[in-house]
Design a protein around this ligand. Sequence first.
Ligand SMILES: NC(=O)c1ccc[n+]([C@@H]2O[C@H](COP(=O)([O-])OP(=O)(O)OC[C@H]3O[C@@H](n4cnc5c(N)ncnc54)[C@H](O)[C@@H]3O)[C@@H](O)[C@H]2O)c1
Length: 248
Amino acid sequence: MYGFETKNALVTGAGQGIGEATALRLAREGAAVGIFDRNRETASRVVDTIRQSGARAIGLIGDVSDTHEVKSLVEEFERNFGPIDFLVNNAGFDRPGGIFKLAPDDFRAVWEVHFLGTVNFIMACSGSMLVSGKGSIVNVSSIYGKVGCKGESAYVSAKSAMVGLTKSLAREFGTKGIRINAIMPGLTDTPTIRTMMSPAIQDLFIKETPLARMAQPSEIASVIAFLLSDEASYITGSVLEVTGGWGM
Ligand SMILES: NC(=O)c1ccc[n+]([C@@H]2O[C@H](COP(=O)([O-])OP(=O)(O)OC[C@H]3O[C@@H](n4cnc5c(N)ncnc54)[C@H](O)[C@@H]3O)[C@@H](O)[C@H]2O)c1
C-alpha cells in the first residue's frame, strides 16, 4: 500500500509484540528491515519469518542503552542495505513500583532503555538522514506518558520525556527533511502484557476503553507505518494516541 520497496527501516525491540508487528508490516510494504533486539532467539525468528516471505531483513543483536553497540550495529545495517530511511524506537520494559520502593538505579535502568536508547538510535541514524535530506522517525511512548500512572513513575517519566525529545527534534530537523513523531499506545495485546498483567486488571482497562478491547499489535504497527510514510508528509512533532479512546 505504501510502496516502501526503496526504503530501509530499523525497528528496536522487534523480537516480539509491537516491534515485531511493525517489522512484519514494514517488510510487507517492501522495506528492508533491521530487527534490533537484545533477545537473539526472538529476533532470529522474526528475521526468518520475513526472509521466508521473500522480503529482506537482518538481525541486529544488542542493547539499545549501549551507545557504542548501537552505533556499530547501525553501521552494520547500513553496510548491508544502505542509509536508513525509517527508524522506530520501540524497545522497552517496565519497572513498576511506588516512589518509596524504587531506588534511583531503577529510574536509571528504565531511562537508559526508553530515553537514552532512543537518543542513541536517533544520533546513530540521523547522520545519514541529514546527508540524504530525508528520514522519518517514530518514537513509541505510552498513553501513561500523558495521564500518569500510580506506581509507575520510572516508566511513565521516561515515556513523557520521549515526547519532549520528539517535539524538540521536530523543530531541529524540520528544515532538514526529517520528520519525527511519537505515538502513545494504550493497552496492547503483547506477550509481556499477557504475562505481566492479570486478567482482572486487563478487564478493568477494557471496561474503561470506549472501543471495549485491547489493541492488537498490528493496529499499532498500522499507525507507525502511516506516520513513516509520505502519506504523513505534513506531520511532524505530533503525538498520536492509539488507545481505543482510553485516556482521551
Ligand atoms: N503493550 C502495551 O500495552 C503498551 C502500551 C503502551 C506502550 N507500550 C510500549 O510499546 C513498546 C513495545 O511494547 P510491547 O508490549 O510490544 O513490549 P514487549 O515486552 O512485548 O517487547 C519489547 C521488546 O523489546 C526488547 N527490549 C527490551 N529492552 C531492550 C533493550 N535494552 N535493548 C534491546 N531490546 C530490548 C525485548 O527483548 C522485546 O523483544 C514498549 O516501549 C512499551 O513501553 C506498550
